[in-house]
Design a protein around this ligand. Sequence first.
Ligand code: SF4
Length: 409
Amino acid sequence: MNEYDSGVMKEMLVKNGFVYTDNPEIADIVIVNGCVVREKPEKKAIETLRYFKEKGKFTVAAGCVAQKDKQNLKDVADVVIGPMEYDILLDVMGKGGIYTDFADYRDRFYKYAQNRKDISFSEYVTIMTGCDNFCSYCVVPFTRGREKSRSIDDILAEVEHLVRMGVKEITLIGQNVNSYFYEGFEFKDLLEKVALIGPPRIRFTTSHPRDISIAVFDVIKRYSNIMPWLHLPLQTGSTRLLKEMKRGYTKEEFVYITRLARKIVPGMTISTDIMVAYPSETEEDFEQTIEVVKEIEFDYAYMFIYSPRKPSSAFYRYKKTLPRDVAVKRHRKLVDTVQEIVIKKRRKMIGKRYTLLIDGHSKKDPNVSRGKTEGNITVVVNKKLPAGTFVDVVITDVKGVTPFGNIIS
Ligand code: SF4
């Protein structure tokens, strides 16, 4: 979401006379659009602002870091602007000050988004902002505000523009895309309308297990340009802990949804987010997570150790986190379990044919490209191909968790 916001902010500024550089050392103004979901990126954003402020630059703190840390940023940022205030970005650039209200809509911001010119082969489109769920460990409802769905006309205009510009892949984004609702249109309706415009590949993230509906799986099945990939955060496999986290579903319900998704959309890949060492997580809770992971066999997972985030309710409720060695041990076991499953699944890809959308090159060897399957699995090919190219491959080998493919077209 920050990446999308940064792109639109860039468009706003460049269209109004600012000159962009990706080298902050030579810039007069440095904008840091920072994330606070975990402690490390939050600290890094603040350190970056301090570094450039000390160098005499005009600094702008944007994003969730601005919203969350507004008072502490006064010494390191000339402008502090929260994500729902980007409509006034141009007005405050020369002034300085703190702007962190939650505006009802980002009219001006979305107008720039709809006409942006500096685009890549793969682009995000924001469909909603904020979240009403208040999961116990999460700061998003405090930094992004309450849920606000974007006008369907604005979204479709942006998708049409991107398709005209030749974009190959569009990812609809929001903190909880499944709760999209605008003047009678639900997420499934929006998804179908986007599919009909015709971008070659459509994805969406993030889904919430409580809010996703069977109707969404039906739409995915009906349109070949909606990719058979679902990112569905599990967080924990313990129903007791899910309740404590205020996630709104049980372990059984989560397993049921994933089974249904794979049944309705054959070949559907499912990725997830899992947190270990929530302050009240017992060994038994953790083992239930391992059980669910084995049962669902996720295609890949992002796995984290709990990080206390002010002002989430868990931050105030638990004075202590679990001992670091316990957290690290559980994280290691979870990573190993997921890895074992993923390797097994990747090996099953050998001999099968996939269409890749090339998205980059190997850092070590520019003659080696990588691309994503329809199910969002990264595959390596031994040929230099431009980003944004579609190519058919047969998987010939798997090293670690990475499949390697031979080009067949
Ligand atoms: S649903 Fe996601 S964004 Fe919303 S509060 Fe929960 S974890 Fe945060």
